[in-house]
Every structure is written in C-alpha cells, then in structure tokens.
Write a protein that binds this ligand. Structure first.
Ligand code: URA
Length: 192
C-alpha cells in the first residue's frame, strides 16, 4: 500500500478498476493539504473537473469555496477535497455501486494518509457510503457521527449542487453543518 498521497495518486492515474476509466480525460484524485484537519468528500467529477483533474472547480465548487471562507474561515488549500469516484460518470449520471466499490480503497487510503479530525460528506453518495446506511442526507444531516478507528467526526451535509438548486433553506442548513464541522476540528474524535 502506498505510504504517501503522491504515490497513491500516481497509482490511481493509471487505474482501470472500473469502466469509468474508459471515458475519462483525467483521474480527479483529490486536492489540498496532505495535513488537513478537515476533509471534504463529494460524489464524482463533472465535466470541468474531468478537464482539469481537480475536484470542485465548477459551479458547485465555487459555492463550496465561498462557504468554506464564510462559515469556516478557511481557503480550500487548507483542506483536503476528494470524491467517492475519481473518474467522471458519463453524462453526469450517478456513480453505480460497482464503480463506488472499485474506487473505495482509494478514498479509504486518502482518509488514512491525510488523517483529518473531521470529514464532511457532501450529499447522499458520500454520506451513505461512509456511514454505511441507506438513510438519505436530509435525515442524516444536522449532527455529527463517529467514523472509523481511530474515530473521526463525520459531518454529513448537502451537496453544493443541491444548495444551488434548493435555494435559501438548503443553503442555510449547509451553512450550519459547516459551522458544526469547524467546532469539531481538533476535538477528540467521535460523535458530537
Ligand atoms: N460534484 C462533485 O461531487 N464533485 C466534484 O468534484 C464536482 C462536482
């Protein structure tokens, strides 16, 4: 198992573990600080991310950047940002269970190597995967959960695309989730 993010990214750059590899321009591995205290996990790359090889650079990413600054007082370079699947699903369709499973070891190793105290899952796919549940994000959000061993705080929130579609109410709940995440940084892991 690679012992650095750079080595893991190098391995992922030639991954053919699922069919998404056939349509990609770039593997969108992850970006940000390898020592981040907060890690964000989205769903999967869209067109802009596939072109640039960087997560959350489109409209959702611009909203995420704004919320990071306004609610957490940080820039994306201080965080680590990754996705459940690292290659773009065609026509922006949802990632399939077999694709999520194939990519899961990368996400798990990213968590282990970055070693954040707080993980913020953005939307249903990341939240359901890491919390191992079928419960939807609307019910899950609003509290923190323990994730992994050693336990980290996991704060589920809406995907920024949902906030762009859903208006003021979704955005307000997302903001409060990010404030919760900020308060948990550096605190001993677990629920909260
Ligand atoms: N949506 C995601 O879930 N991830 C990205 O990187 C961009 C948009």
């Amino acid at each position: 198992m690679p012992t650095t993010l750079a080595a893991l990214a190098e391995e992922a750059s030639s991954c053919t573990a699922c069919g998404l590899s056939e349509g990609r321009t770039n593997v969108v591995f992850g970006t940000g600080s390898p020592d981040a205290e907060v890690m964000f996990v989205g769903e999967g790359p869209g067109a802009r991310e596939d072109e640039q090889g960087v997560p959350f650079v489109g409209r959702s990413g611009q909203l995420l950047d704004r919320l990071l600054a306004e609610e957490m007082g940080v820039d994306r370079s201080a965080c680590y940002i990754a996705n459940v699947v690292k290659c773009r699903p065609p026509d922006n369709r949802d990632p399939r269970p077999d694709e999520i499973e194939a990519c899961r070891p990368y996400l798990e190793q990213q968590v282990a190597l970055v070693d954040p105290s707080v993980i913020v899952t953005l939307g249903n796919f990341a939240s359901k995967l890491l919390l191992d549940t079928d419960t939807g994000i609307t019910k899950l959000r609003g509290q923190a959960y323990a994730y992994g061993e050693p336990p980290r705080h996991l704060v589920p929130t809406f995907h920024p695309a949902a906030a762009l579609r859903g208006g003021a109410d979704v955005l307000a709940r997302m903001r409060s989730d990010l404030v919760r995440a900020k308060m948990l940084v550096g605190r001993a892991g677990g629920e909260g």
